[in-house]
Design a protein around this ligand. Sequence first.
Ligand SMILES: [Zn+2]
Length: 292
Amino acid sequence: MSEDQYREFPCDICGADDPVELPHSRDYTNDQPVHICRRCGFVYVVRRRSAERIAEVWSTEIFGGTYTAAIPAVAARLTYVAEFLATTVGLDGKNVAEIGAGEGRFLGMAKTRYRASVFGIEPSAANSRLLSAAGIPHYTGTIEAYVESGDSRVGTFDLAVVLWTLENCQDCKAMLRGAHRLVKPGGAVAIATGSRILVPFKKPLHTYLSTIPADANAFRFSANTLRAALTVCGFAPAHINRFIDHDILCVIGTHADGRATPSWQGDNYLDVYSFFERWHVDTAMYFPDRIG
Ligand SMILES: [Zn+2]
């Protein structure tokens, strides 16, 4: 087991180090703070352990060996992402890598329904065995380790996908920079997340801010901050789904190929602060017993 040593992080998107605590977060997280960057409005967890320890927490403490993606809600959201890709940048016949391939549900679909060539990058040994059983070629390890591995496929993919994973890693910029090295110039990355904010409330706050270790869910994205994270990592945001009345926020960015980093826009942190205050009031109205 890795050591439980915490380090304090500045804002991942803009680098500022002057966050304000997200209102009421401690009521829902077993007293673990979540913060909002005052400069760009990004919602992030300041204190985090190592990437390896967070991966270990997910596989042992949170999933505990019982998680499976073989449920209708997961199948539905993966199908949605595949169709969104198919109707924007195209998925048919593409050379696709998934960062955090899990049990291979998405890649299996991409391979059979869209005739894609697929490759998984997956740190969990247990999931790697499932990928092998499903006949999906993969690398067992982190994206950071894979892009340094010397594998000849690095830099050759048409498309990298990061599905319900970016919000749960230790360093979202490191993961996106890894994605940038995976794809060829003109290629694309697709990020999908359920962590979307600054939208109508889709669920009570106690099922959004949970009591799992806060650093295992260190990031929460709005449409602006997800596009900003892509932009600062070398992608030009090209497509965004109709996220306002959908559970999924999905952004596709194209590899900017070293061109000057375009400007990006975050959120006003006071808007984010007010959003969570209103969400707390809404939750307290319907679920008064669930407030800590
Ligand atoms: Zn910031």
